[in-house]
Write a protein that binds this ligand. Structure first.
Ligand code: HEM
Length: 422
């Protein structure tokens, strides 16, 4: 009889063909395959994705620090678009320039504008408003005793926060999200031409939306991120071109939203799986900031990002050829036994969690990390306090999202005790 059992994690295997981020078992738990790769083939080629995958913490730090790896164009589709798609895209900006996809000196210039817009003092000043939004969301479902925490809390909270930060109406986010997702469709480029044409229309609509908002702020500046990113040529102070301002504002919708939703969802599950640690956090809220870092390490929301090798590069026993795309697998580095003691154990008291690379490393280190940490801290404090005995739903299962880059839940139905004081 044919053996259909999954490969044992302690036997060397062809990691390249084994590694399949879309396989249901690996979506559920990718970590055994990452561990296998780190042990036997720490840098390997994935035919399926057409990329070199780097899995060890030390090798990841090397790639993230070495200018021999470029971020420019690293998220762009490798195939060229059909003329119909190109025609629609040429009605807007053709390139996908943004902070995360640029190298110095462009990166340094754009990053300076972002550092000001997301400065620690601006972020800290958002706490009362984040607390209010989070409490209002919880008010909306707490008395029901059960809810899908993704759609009722983890998804809307960062969506509202990022729209307030940008200065766009909260009610527009529902309209903008499909357009923002269209950009991902274009980047992945593995759809029919008809779908890519539709995605190109959404992408151009999103550009126009933000362009109009920049034009508005040029006439009437406000206390928001769009005003802070307003290009000089439109009367603002930021050293950005109009195209850079539009593309970066658009990118924040993706960078600052579902990443944080996934951090909240992944963290809730880790607390449910470790009730003793949830109890410790409930009893002492000052433990939450380190718990947030441990959640980021243990179930990293951005499992990886891309780079392009500028030259042939020897790493982890492999030679990555010049021009090749590299997938830096943060989620694997954060479980590396060479860097973390007992890496598969969730432990909010661990001392080495500061070394995690869930926000990246080097010049592209997440510029929104303080905001993400603040949202998560407020979210866990309020959820653990206001949803007593929060647990899995007795009959509805949690469902992971089938994404390559983001790791989180599509649905997370939970239940809790209803009390009068919630
Ligand atoms: C838990 C939530 C978040 C996670 C896990 C996360 C993760 C990351 C990672 C791994 C990078 C580095 C990308 C690379 O190496 O190429 C990054 C960059 C970035 N993040 Fe975040 N992020 C989060 C939240 C946010 C938020 C809330 C914002 C904005 C308000 C944001 C904006 C950005 C931007 C603009 C960059 C590009 C920085 C650069 O290239 O210099 N992120 N993020």
């Amino acid at each position: 009889m044919e053996d259909t059992s999954p490969p044992r994690v302690d036997e060397p295997a062809d990691i390249g063909s084994l590694f399949n981020p879309f396989d249901p078992a690996q979506l559920e738990d990718p970590y055994p395959v990452y561990a296998l790769a780190r042990r036997h083939t720490p840098v390997f080629y994935s035919e399926r994705l057409g990329v070199w995958v780097v899995t060890r913490h030390a090798d990841l730090c090397t790639v993230l620090r070495d200018p021999a790896f470029s971020s420019a164009g690293s998220l762009e589709a490798t195939t060229s678009f059909a003329p119909e798609v190109h025609a629609v895209l040429s009605e807007g900006y053709l390139t996908f320039t943004s902070l995360v996809q640029s190298d110095p000196p462009d990166h340094t210039r754009i990053r300076n504008a972002f550092n000001k817009a997301l400065s620690p003092s601006r972020v800290a000043a958002m706490e009362p408003s984040i607390r209010k939004i989070a409490n209002e969301l919880i008010d909306g479902f707490v008395s029901e005793g059960e809810a899908d925490l993704m759609s009722r809390f983890a998804y809307p909270l960062p969506g509202i926060v990022i729209s307030d930060l940008l200065g766009i109406p909260r009610s527009d986010v529902a309209m903008l999200k499909p357009w923002s997702n269209d950009k991902q469709v274009l980047l992945a480029a593995n759809e029919t031409t008809a779908r890519l044409v539709e995605a190109a229309r959404g992408y151009v609509s999103l550009q126009r939306y933000f362009l109009e908002h920049f034009e508005d702020r040029a006439r009437e500046p406000k206390d928001d991120l769009i005003t802070l990113l307003l290009p000089k040529e439109m009367g603002g102070n930021a050293p950005l071109s109009v195209q850079e301002a539009v593309c970066n504002a658009m990118d924040l919708l993706a960078a600052g939203h579902e990443t944080t939703s996934d951090l909240i969802g992944n963290g809730l599950v880790l607390f449910i799986e470790h009730p003793d640690q949830a109890a410790a956090v409930r009893a002492d809220a000052s433990l939450i900031p380190t718990a947030v870092d441990e959640i980021l390490r243990a179930d990293t929301p951005i499992r990886g990002m891309f780079r392009v090798a500028k030259t042939d590069y020897e790493l982890g026993g492999a030679t990555i050829p010049a021009g090749a795309k590299v997938f830096v697998l943060y989620g694997s580095g954060n479980r590396d036994e060479a860097r973390f003691r007992d890496p598969d154990r969730f432990d909010i008291h661990r001392k080495d969690d500061g070394a995690h690379i869930a926000f990246g490393k080097g010049i592209h280190y997440c510029v929104g990390n303080a905001l993400a940490r603040l949202e998560a801290r407020v979210a866990f404090e309020l959820l653990l306090r206001r949803l007593p005995n929060v647990r899995y739903h007795p009959s509805l299962p949690a469902e992971r999202r089938p994404y390559l880059i983001l790791r989180g839940f599509e649905r997370l139905p939970l239940a809790w005790d209803v009390s009068d004081r919630a």
